[in-house]
Design a protein around this ligand. Structure first.
Ligand code: NAD
Length: 376
């Protein structure tokens, strides 16, 4: 009889870990928007409010047609970056006035974020239909901006009940946004690999997610111009959305570290664009942590097919036209010291201690657009 062998897998004692699953359904696949009606029946929505940005209103209208106009309570198409409190109040008032009993958010992290804020306020259930790779739909984290200050928190009420990933809805996502958004998603998986509370399941999700996103990014650029018609682009869109789901799941399950701390500080205090900041900072944050998190680096490098995680991510961004310099995305040189101070103002869970001189060097390299330094 042939002996089964899996000698490629070494047996080692697993470290203790805790793994929590979320009460959430995920429908994945091109064309699955057609199943939305059945899904909201399962959830018991009789009059959902659809939410989008002004630019994504045509998508919301398409969803309204699919559900049947008489089945939809209305469309709120004013979702905006950073979820301003006034908008949350306005949308909540609308939900009450029209008697909506569910929300369907169609768009990127900004739209999903508005849905979360309404869900938190009114306890109303949500379905998310993501059209970027932000991963917000997979987390119970919400953010609301009041008087210019974004406050974030965690509340299980804001987690969408169902997430419907339909790659066909992402075909129109502009190439530049697609690439920075995919790098943003890679950052969730990458930091998850050295999170203190990581576990074998999130590690598997992170590696598969990063690999899928890294496969997709070069295809986005290559197909620029005639992407809708090519089968290759549909595959790339599907890969990226799959990676966004997996890496979003990591983001929702474990604690992020230095990279996210830097991005939130730079984005929040200096008003830099969300996904672009991720694209610039990730190689440098990985270089900072490389020695302290060798296993994570090995997994990231393997997933992106490179010898080195920081250099490989830098190449992935620069070769595909994503920003690699803070200067190019609107940072003023005079703010580098303040950024460093803000990052150091409280320690943060991170494999390596946050220290002034190397963090300052990291920010300087990121500002100039230098390749990540192995000695950061
Ligand atoms: N709470 C969380 O867990 C979490 C996680 C990740 C991101 N976020 C938040 O999400 C926001 C960023 O999300 P984002 O990067 O998706 O940005 P976004 O939602 O602002 O979208 C980026 C751009 O893509 C465009 N777009 C989206 N879908 C499109 C489509 N199908 N076709 C054409 N254009 C389309 C939008 O109009 C916008 O211009 C930030 O505010 C961030 O803080 C929250």
């Amino acid at each position: 009889m042939k002996k089964n062998s899996n000698s490629n897998y070494e047996s080692t004692l697993l470290e203790n870990f805790t793994y929590a699953t979320f009460p959430q359904r995920v429908l994945f696949g091109a064309g699955r928007l057609s199943e939305l009606r059945a899904e909201i029946d399962v959830l018991g929505f009789t009059r959902p409010l659809l939410i989008s940005t002004p630019r994504q209103r045509p998508l919301a209208e398409m969803v309204s047609v699919i559900l049947g106009a008489q089945r939809v309570a209305g469309i709120f198409d004013r979702a905006a970056m950073h979820v301003p409190l006034e908008l949350v109040r306005e949308a909540c008032a609308l939900v009450k006035r029209i008697g909506a009993d569910g929300l369907i958010t169609i768009g990127g992290g900004s739209t999903i974020g508005l849905g979360k804020a309404i869900a938190r306020e009114l306890g109303i259930p949500t379905v998310a239909i993501p059209t970027t790779y932000s991963g917000s739909e997979m987390t119970a984290i919400y953010g609301i901006t009041e008087a210019g200050i974004k406050k974030t928190g965690t509340d299980p009420k804001v987690l969408p009940r169902t997430v419907l990933y339909d790659a066909d809805l992402t075909l129109e996502l502009p190439i530049d946004i697609s690439i920075t958004s995919a790098l943003n998603a890679i950052a969730h998986g990458a930091e998850g690999l050295y999170a203190k509370n990581r576990n074998p399941v999130t590690n598997i999700m992170a590696e598969a997610g990063i690999a899928a996103l890294a496969r997709a990014i070069p295809k986005f650029r290559k197909n620029d111009g005639n992407f809708c018609s090519t089968g290759e682009m549909r595959v790339a869109r599907s890969d990226a959305l799959y990676g966004a789901w997996l890496c979003g799941g990591v983001l929702g399950s474990v604690t992020m570290a230095l990279h996210h701390k830097l991005c939130h500080t730079l984005g929040g205090s200096f008003n830099l664009p969300h996904a672009e900041v991720h694209s610039v900072i990730l190689p440098h944050a990985l270089a900072y942590n490389a020695e302290a998190a060798p296993e994570a680096m090995e997994i990231i490098a393997r997933a992106i097919g490179s010898e080195s995680a920081p250099a490989g991510i830098y190449d992935l961004a620069s070769k595909n036209g994503a920003p690699t310099s803070l200067r190019d995305i609107g940072m003023h040189e005079s703010n580098l010291s303040l950024a460093c101070e803000l990052v150091l103002s409280n320690q943060y869970p991170n494999p390596r201690r946050l220290e002034a001189e190397p963090i300052h060097r990291l920010l300087r390299d990121a500002f100039e657009g230098n390749a990540p330094s192995p000695t950061t």
